[in-house]
Structures are given as C-alpha cells and as structure tokens.
Design a protein. Structure first.
Length: 121
C-alpha cells in the first residue's frame, strides 16, 4: 500500500466503528486532521504518551482485524481488477469503432463498463 498514513486511514474507514469514542477521536485528529501528539495532548489535558498509547492501541486493533478478515486487502484487489475491466471495455469499444462497427460488441462493452462502474460505487 502507498504509505503508512494512507493505510491507517483506510483501516479506519473499514474498522473505525469498533474503536472507542476516544480512540476514534484521537485517531481522527492525528491522521485526518494532522495534529501532533503534543497538540492533541494539550487540547485534552493529558500527556503526549497517553495520546500515543491510545492511537497505538487503535492501530493494533484495526490491524489485527485486517489480519483476520482481509477486507481492506480484498477491497484494494477488487478496485484494481475493476479498473482493468473498465480499461478492457474501453479497448473493445475502440477496436470495434475502428475495425468492426458491430452494434452487439458496442452494447456488450457498454454493459461491461456500466457493471464495473456500478461495482465501484
């Protein structure tokens, strides 16, 4: 995956609801709002280490869930495959337009592209 921050925010999107309210809040402030541990600690009147412990625990919970379920991994694989399907449908349209002008091929390519787009939503 691209980088640690991206991975953590994706894990939060998938598994954030299993966290406590405090874990969600600190995690969101740290990763999504880009506040430092010190800034969060100051705002909540606790130590920097206390904030870090909450965030590390949240990361561990979500990472463990991902290790067990693999939902994020499968989602990313599906996303890549859907992009490949859409690209193939576009290539079929192009070849059909340039060489065959077959209405059935055009209809099938449109159906493939539409279904791939619907799965992405």
């Amino acid at each position: 995956m691209k980088n640690q921050t991206y991975r953590m925010t994706m894990l939060f999107d998938f598994y954030g609801e299993v966290l406590t309210e405090r874990q969600k809040e600190f995690f969101d402030l740290y990763y999504n709002e880009d506040l430092s541990l010190a800034e969060i600690a100051e705002n909540y009147g606790i130590s920097r280490q206390g904030v870090r412990d909450v965030i590390v625990r949240a990361e561990a919970i979500m990472t463990e869930l991902e290790d067990k379920t693999g939902l994020l991994k499968r989602f990313m694989q599906m996303k890549d495959k859907l992009s490949a399907i859409e690209e193939a449908a576009a290539q079929i349209r192009t070849i059909n337009y340039r060489q065959y002008e077959n209405a059935d091929l055009q209809r099938l390519a449109d159906t493939i592209a539409a279904n791939a787009a619907a799965l992405k939503e």
